[in-house]
Design a protein around this ligand. Structure first.
Ligand SMILES: *Cc1c(COP(=O)(O)O)cnc(C)c1O
Ligand SMILES: [Zn+2]
Length: 415
């Protein structure tokens, strides 16, 4: 293992590599550090493409888990990267790619951070894990806990999509619905985790081991593209997914593999856009949002009580030379349709926000026709179908099993 310690991103204080959630001195975000010199000596980079393991754990030299036996996996990662000419043409982009994270075991990229964080919990001998979630992380934690024979406590806002709740209940997770926002769940979860010493797997920046799982997306993109694209477009709640991908590329550059870094685009919904608001106003710090109003439940995080998480993401976007943009619910539904119709991928509205942002970026003259652009499709439509049904009608008409009737209908449809 090459991970060495935790370091506070604000004050620099160092800690041993144990499950810890914030800096004791300044409450800052903790980050996992590695011995990159040792990795260079062992030529870890050149082994990247030849490892035979399946899924994201083939990158375990880049992850902070000591023993192979601790790894809890449902074979997350290794998701396809599609070059998508039809959709690209609509957006006026010649080098347009979709990274299809709906193909993870529980239908969202959250399987990556959860697999990494729960493996650390197992390594430390924990048998109960807890998470606050807007849905997908809860499904992932409940499923991975089931695999590892651990107990899972999941706190979600009561507005969470029903399909996600169903999956949590089925896998034996203890589901607690809160009449409030993701932030209310976050704050309660932190308190419960402290009081009962349960491992808090909440995949904001709270758990430094979770963010590490997100890095593996960068390694996969690097192997397929042979470097960094010009842009990576990412739906963001607090932003660890975006931060993790960027950190992954920084490591690849540090190891002399990638020769440049991508520019990061963070996408939020207009009805809950604390990071975009700060970006547009030029504020140095992100302030918490009020009540979210959007169908993009996966990124509806008002950051109440941990707005510093948003500031870290804002800083990373700026450092990368990227932008933050907000999209409205109509754009989201249109993009769900487009992704299905032109790429064959059924995404939840949150997951399609990356694609929804492209029109805006083009209007603003930010994207150029020849730029290479990777859109992250972060979560599956099958797990948020009740939301989508509110906008897209399933034809009500039912036919008798009669060839004539069927042909009559086809005649109308095929012209
Ligand atoms: C959680 C989630 C996000 C946001 O990721 P963060 O790392 O919390 O910023 C985006 N899309 C989907 C589908 C999610 O579930
Ligand atoms: Zn600190």
């Amino acid at each position: 293992m090459f991970a060495t310690k935790l370091r506070c991103l604000r004050c620099g204080k160092e800690y041993p590599l144990l499950m810890k959630y914030n800096c004791s001195k300044c409450k800052g975000i903790l980050d996992v550090e590695y011995d990159y010199e040792a990795m260079k000596k062992k030529e870890i980079g050149s082994h990247l493409s030849i490892r035979k393991d399946k899924g994201m754990w083939k990158f375990r030299d880049f992850l902070p888990i000591r023993n192979k036996e601790s790894i809890v996996t449902l074979r997350e990662g290794d998701t396809p990267l599609f070059r998508c000419e039809r959709l690209g043409a609509l957006m006026n982009l010649r080098n347009f790619y979709l990274k299809d994270e709906t193909r993870n075991p529980t239908g969202s990229f959250k399987d990556r951070p959860v697999s990494c964080a729960i493996s650390k919990a197992k390594e430390e001998g924990k048998n109960t894990v807890i998470t606050s979630s807007s849905g997908n992380a809860g499904v992932a934690v409940a499923s991975y806990a089931a695999k590892a024979a651990m107990k899972a406590v999941i706190l979600v806002p009561s507005t969470t999509p029903r399909n996600k709740l169903l999956s949590i209940v089925c896998s034996g997770g203890i589901l607690i619905k809160i009449k409030g926002t993701t932030s209310d769940c976050f704050n309660l979860t932190a308190e419960l985790s402290r009081k009962y010493e349960w491992a808090n797997l909440t995949s904001t920046f709270l758990n430094p081991f979770a963010t590490e799982g997100d890095k593996t997306i960068a390694y996969e993109l690097y192997l397929e593209l042979g470097g960094a694209p010009d842009w990576i477009v990412v739906p963001i709640g607090a932003g660890p997914l975006l931060a993790g991908i960027y950190k992954g590329y920084k490591e690849l550059k540090e190891l002399g593999l990638a020769d440049r870094l991508p520019r990061m685009v963070g996408v939020q919904a207009k009805g809950c856009a604390p990071i975009v608001r700060a970006f547009e106003r030029g504020d140095p710090r992100v302030e918490a949002w009020g009540t979210p109003h959007t169908i993009a439940s996966g990124i509806a995080d008002p950051l109440q009580g941990y707005s510093g998480d948003g500031t870290l993401t804002l800083d990373i976007i700026k450092e990368s030379g990227g932008v933050a943009v907000a999209v409205d619910d109509d754009d989201l539904i249109e993009s769900v349709r487009k992704l299905s119709k032109f790429a064959g991928i059924f995404s939840e509205p949150t997951g399609a926000s990356s694609v929804a942002s492209l029109k805006k970026l083009e209007h603003k003259g930010i994207l150029e026709e020849n730029d290479s652009v990777v859109c992250m499709i972060t979560g599956s439509g099958f797990k948020d179908s009740y939301t989508i049904e509110g906008y897209i009608e399933i034809p009500p008409k039912e036919l008798e099993p009669d060839l004539r009737e069927v042909e009559n209908l086809l005649k109308q449809k095929l012209t």
